[in-house]
Design a protein around this ligand. Structure first.
Ligand SMILES: [Zn+2]
Length: 628
């Protein structure tokens, strides 16, 4: 965009802010494959006084287009303006920088993004192309834009453009013009349109969900897996695959569960990963036979029975997005392809070179249904965990015999969750991409934004993370708020022992109080990945921290606010509140003393429980809340 255009955009943006009127057009920036840029102005159609719709017909998208940015003037700001840009997860940036970029390539987990300027917040909801865009916030010479970038070239690598770009923009004013109002507006939309229900309501007829309401998740990281080869050119076969490294055979896991039970843990959902043929990531999409090296089907059954006897819930991981050479089900005809016949890069994992399995084929061939039924016979009901599926924009497939658009693949994933809920009583996955959310019970963790913010990955351009996903889905789907919070009681991981996977290093067991408090502030349930008995004290610690607040999983998160520097209040549907203090001094709020590095839980009956951080015990209750 030239500087003259920038001046025009800025000037009209100011005028709109001044008049409070609805803008009548949007800048469309068309980024060309050769690096050039064309711009157009496209009229916005008024749907209601606070709602306009942008439409860009598919026929207008020329062959030389790489991507399309849609930027109404009300989604722009300048350095020094009051407000922030905000993505779907709640990552936000204040208007403080001259230049910078934040990009979320998984923008469609919730297809919303916003910009608050002064007492108005506008947000966009992507209605067409919701699986095929990135969210970007950019500042150049102090001028900010927050916009969706529609990835035309990436989509056309698989198939022709098949739908119009449609974005609804809505305006929130006054008390609603903030991240809480933004989250609540989308939550309302989802309750009205996406068929979601509160977990406590699903639990009335579903014992698996009922159990999840009070349990946390312990994932046996990998019962067994093969070493990842350094030579990444080899497509493995059954003849040359690597030997299995066995970490947690089923019989050992029984003892593991017993020790947790004996330590007082009352409700835990075990997630068994790497039970599959060839171990973790070994021979997908083969699930069966249960890997003999760790005890086979009889061993898995016995582990599940022991769990049930101890009062725990059992579940297992499956994967229908990858395909490896050693699998009996392996066939290049079943892999997702580009339109030119080549295969997208699926990475290189323990099973060797990975191809993207066309999940629609796995469904059409009846594999998933067959596997779910068989697994149910072995381990009984429990929320079946799908690797990857809700962590990504659904995979595209351009294979001429089984072309699948990202929207249709999203429907396939959703169908698999639904089938799992039918066969196993529940379904789970990662990150919370919400296309299939009505059939999901939990996600392991949301993405990495809190960790990105803490490590200053965006050099100040990302100012923080609000609990937006949490305000939308708390009480509907169980979650841990960030990868940064996974294993939060383990402390820092040292991987100098050559650990080649997350969670396989040595931990110093120095729990970070900020992580413990963030779990409470964001209404997270803990998740612990384990492959070692040395983790048991840390798992028990996480459970002790969780127990006083786990009943809040039954409630909607109704509000969140910063009370003071380092002090945050989160409110719930039953009237409960948590007030979390990250500071080094106690804080007084309405007659309540919130200890340094601690929190107060105010119940629906106005009862108060006070917790403070102790390096050995974690967040532990302090009896007697005396006023400051
Ligand atoms: Zn396909």
């Amino acid at each position: 965009m030239n500087s003259e255009m920038k001046k025009v955009v800025c000037a009209s943006g100011l005028m709109i802010a001044a008049l409070g009127a609805i803008a009548d057009d949007a800048l469309v920036r068309i980024n060309l494959a050769d690096g050039g840029v064309r711009t157009e102005r496209v009229a916005l159609v008024s749907v209601s006084p606070s709602h306009v719709r942008f439409t860009y017909p598919k026929e207008q998208i020329a062959d030389d287009v790489a991507s399309i940015d849609v930027v109404p003037d009300f989604m722009t700001a300048k350095k020094g303006d009051e407000g922030y840009w905000i993505d779907a997860r709640g990552a936000y940036g204040l208007f403080e920088q001259e230049a910078g970029v934040y990009e979320n390539d998984r923008a469609g987990w919730m297809p919303i993004f916003g910009l608050k300027r002064g007492d108005t917040l506008w947000y966009g909801q992507v209605m067409g192309w919701r699986c095929d865009y990135h969210f970007r916030a950019e500042a150049k010479e102090g001028r900010y834009e927050a916009f969706p970038r529609f990835m035309v070239k990436a989509l056309r690598a698989y198939y022709p453009v098949y739908q119009d770009i449609v974005v609804d923009f809505r305006r929130l004013n006054g008390a609603e013009a903030n991240y809480v109002g933004y989250a609540k507006a989308y939550r309302k939309y989802q309750f009205e349109n996406a068929g979601i229900k509160m977990a406590r309501d699903r639990a009335k007829t579903n014992p698996v969900t009922d159990y999840l309401l009070e349990s946390f998740v312990i994932r046996i990281s990998q019962h067994c897996r093969k070493q990842v080869l350094k030579d990444r050119t080899l497509r493995m076969t059954r003849q040359n695959e690597q030997p299995l490294l066995v970490h947690m055979p089923f019989l050992i896991c029984q003892d593991f569960a017993q020790q947790l039970h004996d330590a007082g843990v009352d409700k835990a959902t075990f997630l068994s990963a790497g039970w599959t043929s060839g171990g973790y990531d070994g021979r997908y999409p083969d699930m069966f036979p249960v890997e003999p090296a760790i005890g086979g089907e009889a061993g898995f059954k016995a582990f599940a029975e022991r769990c049930n006897t101890l009062g725990f819930q059992m579940s297992a991981e499956v994967d229908y997005t990858e395909m490896y050479g050693p699998a009996d089900r392996f066939s290049l005809d079943l892999a997702c392809r580009y339109a030119n016949g080549q295969f997208p890069d699926g990475g290189f994992w323990p099973g060797g070179l990975a191809y993207n399995l066309c999940t629609k084929k796995a469904l059409d061939l009846g594999w998933c249904q067959m596997d779910f039924t068989r697994l149910r016979d072995v381990i009984g009901p429990g929320p079946l965990f799908f690797d990857v599926m809700s962590a990504i924009e659904p995979r595209r497939c351009g294979h001429p015999a089984h072309k699948v658009t990202s929207d249709d693949m999203g429907a396939v994933y959703s169908r698999l969750f639904e089938l799992a809920q039918g066969a196993m009583g529940g379904a789970a996955s990662e990150c919370g991409f919400d296309l299939g959310i009505r059939h999901l019970d939990y996600v392991n963790y949301l993405w990495h934004e809190i960790g990105f913010w803490k490590s200053n990955r965006y050099k100040g351009f990302l100012s923080g993370v609000f609990p937006v996903w949490e305000l939308v889905y708390h009480g509907v789907v169980f979650y841990t708020s960030d990868r940064w919070l996974q294993n939060h009681t383990y402390g820092n991981e040292d991987r100098s022992n050559g650990a080649f996977d997350f969670g396989w290093g040595i931990y110093d067991r120095k729990e970070d109080p900020e992580k413990a408090l963030k779990m409470v502030e964001f209404g997270s349930r803990p998740i612990l990945y384990t492959h070692s008995f040395s983790d048991i004290p840390s798992i028990v610690k996480a459970w002790r921290e969780y127990k006083p607040v786990r009943h809040l999983q039954k409630e909607e998160m109704t509000g969140h606010r910063k009370v003071a520097r380092n002090v945050f209040e989160t409110t719930y549907g039953d009237g409960s509140r948590t007030v979390v203090n990250y500071g080094s001094e106690a804080f007084a709020l309405g007659g309540i003393s919130v200890p340094a590095l601690g929190y107060v839980l105010i119940g629906s009956d106005n009862s108060k429980r006070t917790f403070s951080f102790d390096p050995s015990k974690g967040l532990a209750e302090v009896y007697g809340n005396s006023p400051l």
